[in-house]
Write a protein that binds this ligand. Structure first.
Ligand SMILES: Cc1ncc(COP(=O)(O)O)c(C=O)c1O
Length: 397
């Protein structure tokens, strides 16, 4: 089958709004764990398109799911009608998690916006409109829409767009006294946390602090939301990152890898919360369409298989070992992470390191000023981990 090619020239690029600063290569194909540029150069991928391409490139199972969904002829129906893929996917996610119900949308920020609306809707039934506050963590990233941005601890991203959604309080990670002071039965609707902060520099929550969040939510009759947009769906070696923490949330958000690179988000919730949400309270045109849901079903079933997850843990342990050895380099101060989600804290800016790795054929990203972030496809092989870590060592030396 020939691949359709699209001619690109600088006047074409000039039509794209300049909110991104893309790197120079023009990528035209992908295979396995590599992306290939227009000159035929292959780059080993330790980024997965920021945690999206969990099954790598050209995966046979994903391609089959795409083809079958396309051949059905039903890409979209609207949510005025039922479709089997959305219902099967919701069932699959609920059966594998704490949740009873699932709402589908199109991105991580949308999944968090939905979580906030559902939390406020539920809290309104408990304490009226005064019970609307969200408690979020310093260093958090929850997305760029107005509600998600209000709970994202980035003043530089927030300030040009103020006023944002009111009623968000930030507390430092691990500070139980600040948590106690911020949460109240009268005002708090929900606490939101990433089990592993991604954009904040790959920082896992401790089980003890996660238990404190759960206890504070329970004491103040508030909800606990886990944002697993980046750390969920196998990334940490468990299907959901909260499985490492020993506590369950009331709501959980997913996106990035969910539909194999197609845009999809999901908000998972318990029946207790779902009972407060009425028809018409929330909606989105494309949410849970049959094409994306069919592909997502393949992703969740593949990643959820115990053998797949034990493979992620084995490769993750190997990657952790190789990275620990990089600590001897003067540029490296700390490595941290779990599964196939790792951050390397540097004494120098991460941007030039990311650029040098790209020039050496390795795709990585930064997470903050001085942290290099590694999110390889979950299908990465032992040899590819060694290959990528050898490039990293050269670049960081
Ligand atoms: C933890 C987390 N939440 C939410 C988002 C926002 O997701 P999206 O870019 O799909 O809106 C991101 C994106 O990086 C994320 O890492």
């Amino acid at each position: 089958m020939s691949t359709p090619t699209i001619a690109i020239s600088s006047p074409v690029r000039a039509a794209v709004l300049g909110v991104y600063r893309p790197a120079a290569p023009l990528f035209v194909a992908g295979a396995g764990r590599r992306m290939i540029d227009s000159e035929g150069n292959a780059y080993l991928d330790f980024a997965s398109g920021i945690g999206v391409n969990a099954l790598g490139y050209g995966d046979a199972g994903l391609s089959y799911a795409f083809r079958c969904a396309l051949e059905s002829g039903l890409v979209h129906t609207s949510n005025l009608f039922r479709t089997a893929p959305a219902e099967a996917l919701a069932r699959e996610l609920a059966d594998r998690s704490f949740a009873d119900r699932v709402f589908f949308c199109n991105s991580g920020a949308e999944a968090n916006e939905a979580a906030f609306k559902f939390a406020r809707r539920w809290a309104g039934t408990q304490g009226g409109s005064a019970k609307h506050e969200i408690v979020a963590l310093r260093g958090a990233f929850h997305g760029r829409l107005f509600g998600a941005l209000a709970a994202t601890d980035r003043p530089a991203m927030q300030q040009p767009f103020e006023p944002l959604m009111p009623g968000v309080r930030f507390i430092p990670v691990g500070d139980v006294s600040a948590l106690e002071a911020a949460v109240s039965a009268a005002a708090t609707a929900a606490i939101i946390a990433e089990p592993v902060q991604g954009e904040g520099g790959i920082k896992p929550l401790t089980p003890a602090f996660a238990r404190a969040l759960r206890a504070a939510a329970d004491r103040s009759n508030a909800l606990l939301i886990f944002d697993e947009v980046q750390c969920g769906l196998g990334r940490t070696g468990a299907l959901f990152a909260y499985h490492h923490l020993g506590v369950e949330p009331d709501l959980l958000t997913l996106a990035k890898p969910l539909a194999g690179g197609l845009p999809m988000g999901a908000t998972l919730l318990t029946e207790r919360v779902a009972c407060a949400v009425q028809p018409g309270d929330h909606a989105t045109t494309f949410g849970g369409g049959p094409l994306v849901a069919s592909v997502a079903l393949e992703v969740v079933q593949r990643i959820g298989a115990p053998a797949f997850l034990s493979g992620v843990r084995a490769r993750g342990a190997q990657l952790g070992d190789r990275l620990a050895a990089l600590r001897e380099l003067p540029a490296v101060t700390e490595v941290r992470g779990l599964g196939l989600m790792w951050g390397i804290e540097l004494t120098v800016a991460a941007g030039p390191v990311v650029a040098a790795a790209l020039a050496a054929g390795l795709l990585i990203t930064s997470a903050g000023e001085r942290v290099v972030r590694l999110l390889p496809p979950l299908t990465i092989t032992a040899e590819e981990i060694d290959e990528g870590c050898a490039i990293l060592r050269t670049v960081l030396s």
